[in-house]
Design a protein around this ligand. Structure first.
Ligand SMILES: Cc1cc2nc3c(=O)[nH]c(=O)nc-3n(C[C@H](O)[C@H](O)[C@H](O)COP(=O)(O)OP(=O)(O)OC[C@H]3O[C@@H](n4cnc5c(N)ncnc54)[C@H](O)[C@@H]3O)c2cc1C
Length: 498
């Protein structure tokens, strides 16, 4: 189907990532005739959602609640420590990492709908799997999960997108590719359609309601420099090249209130030689997230963050910014042989910027761009500062810290003394931007005057007010699902005049 063949729908959904597809499924379930518009070609479908590991965070107080989402076998129940993740844990994590700026009403919606929404997706045919590889380590022969996150969408982001698109097809929801929404059509303030561009031609699709789920502005170098600041135009983009801020800009032109942390973004340590935008074959493999077991040094050979401040789930999304602030915009993560068995799968991909040596001196010479003397000075001081009387334990915050350093390491501090040594070079990779538009708990886009713009709903990265400074891992997909489902349901109700 092409844009020129469509003149109207009850609900038009803009974007075909996870938030959009959840909105489309929910609107269809509520009885609306839905169409989905996607700027990318079909070969690049799925937006940022495609590039994810599919990791997801939700509330479960016991194994029965976990089973509403994840199929846990009886043997797993006996042999694996999944822990629990309470609503209080989720609130605490959101509050702590966002410096208590996250919108309390939206956070309440996210937390309380997290499990029911994923269970709803499961009923639709989306599957889940435990994240043994990345979120659990074996302790005394038994897997123990850490960081409040135990499962992922089956097959990662690619599997999720494939499932959602298959479900949409089964339900008869058309997805129209290479069709960009350009602007919203308004009559007497109500949103009554979308102007689209496809193959260089513009046309109008009339709709009773529109759900915008077109991502943030992370792919747009100009907007990154304008809103995030100097050098953000030089960051690598971890995912899609199509999230250019279109949805946010369209909504603001229709009177939406900008909201949230417009100068903030989710950004991580990402292979220094990764391509400008995400690579669909490599997915999230360019990230390097075992740094809590490393020391990270800059061009001067100096450490610049507390690598062990918390589980990586609660620091990785802000450390990209710290790397961006370093001279040359890069850093090397350094490991010795005591901890290399703990390195995540992404350290073993072919496209990796890695050096290895049997002595620290030889390693220093191989780490391109790093002052060797500065590095060796740093290691000497670091090794002397490690509290070796405290035992190392990777699955809890072990308190094995350094003492007396200007930049401390609070957990998992180990001396670097066992060859072979390995080092991995990273730069800043942006994931998504935090600024967006204001929505109500019903996902209705709010005007500057604080009123809903009739007929306009938003979900996913475009929602402002949830994330500030930082982000708890595995929250993007569930947030897109929660607000997407609500937006789709509300849009269908609006379209039906309810
Ligand atoms: C490498 C990577 C790993 C990640 N890992 C995880 C993870 O494990 N767990 C997690 O929870 N989150 C993860 N995230 C974050 C997660 O991807 C996002 O939070 C989430 O996917 C956003 O969903 P969305 O539907 O809002 O946006 P997207 O999935 O990006 O969808 C937006 C869609 O809108 C389309 N679009 C843009 N402009 C227009 C227009 N004008 N007209 C029509 N269509 C348009 C885009 O092409 C795109 O398909 C990761 C992100 C990346 C990049």
């Amino acid at each position: 189907m092409q844009a020129k063949d469509i003149s109207e729908a009850d609900v038009v959904v803009v974007g075909a990532g996870n938030a959009a597809l959840c909105a489309a499924m929910a609107a269809h379930e509520a009885g609306a005739k839905v169409i989905v518009l996607e700027r990318a070609p079909q070969s690049e479908a799925g937006g940022n959602s495609f590039f994810t590991a599919g990791a997801t965070r939700f509330v479960f107080n016991n194994i029965a609640e976990l089973r509403e989402v994840l199929d846990v076998s009886e043997e797993e129940e006996r042999t694996v420590d999944f822990g629990v993740y309470t609503a209080d844990n989720f609130f605490d994590d959101m509050g702590r990492v966002t410096q208590y700026r996250c919108d309390p009403d939206l956070t309440e919606v996210l937390v309380s709908n997290s499990r029911p929404t994923l269970a709803w997706m499961k009923k639709k045919g989306v599957k889940f799997e435990p994240m043994y590889g990345r979120q659990a380590h074996k302790v005394n022969g038994r897997f123990k999960f850490f960081g409040g996150q135990v499962c992922a969408f089956w097959g990662g982001g690619a599997g999720l997108v494939e499932s959602e698109h298959r479900i949409a097809k089964t339900l008869g929801i058309p997805i129209v590719y290479e069709t960009a929404a350009v602007s919203l059509v308004q009559e007497a303030g109500r949103v009554v359609g979308v102007v689209v561009e496809s193959g260089g031609l513009q046309s109008t699709i009339r709709a009773k309601a529109v759900v915008l789920a077109a991502g943030g502005f992370e792919s747009n170098a100009e907007m990154r420099a304008r809103y995030l600041g100097p050098n953000w135009d030089l960051a690598k983009v971890r995912g899609t090249r199509f999230n250019m801020g279109d949805g946010i800009n369209m909504a603001m032109r229709a009177g939406a209130m900008p909201c949230g942390h417009w100068s903030g973004a989710h950004a991580v340590g990402w292979d220094m030689n990764a391509p400008t935008f995400g690579d669909r074959e490599v997915g999230d493999g360019f990230q390097k997230h075992s740094y809590p077991f490393s020391i990270m040094v800059n061009a001067d050979g100096e450490r610049f963050v507390d690598e062990g401040a918390d589980f990586r789930n609660f620091t990785y999304a802000k450390y990209g910014l710290d790397v961006l602030k370093q001279p040359g915009l890069f850093s090397w993560q350094v490991y010795d042989a005591k901890v290399t068995p703990l390195l995540r799968d992404e350290y073993r991909i072919r496209q990796v910027t890695k050096v290895e040596a049997d002595t620290l001196e030889a390693l220093a010479e191989k780490m391109e761009g790093v002052n060797p003397k500065g590095f060796l000075r740093t290691v000497k001081a670091f090794n002397a500062a490690v509290r070796q009387d405290i035992p190392f334990n990777s699955v809890v915050k072990d308190g094995r810290c350094t003492e007396g350093l200007a930049v401390p390491k609070s957990n998992w501090a180990n001396t670097l003394d066992t060859p072979p040594y390995q080092a991995y070079a990273v730069t800043c990779g942006i994931t998504f931007t935090f600024g967006g538009v204001k929505v109500s708990p019903q996902a209705a886009v709010q005007s500057v005057a604080g009123q809903p713009i009739p007929g306009l709903f938003a979900a996913g990265e475009m929602v402002g007010g949830l994330f500030y400074f930082n982000y708890p891992s595995g929250t993007g997909l569930v947030s897109g699902a929660v607000f997407g489902r609500i937006a789709g349901t509300q849009a269908a109700r609006h379209a039906g005049g309810l």
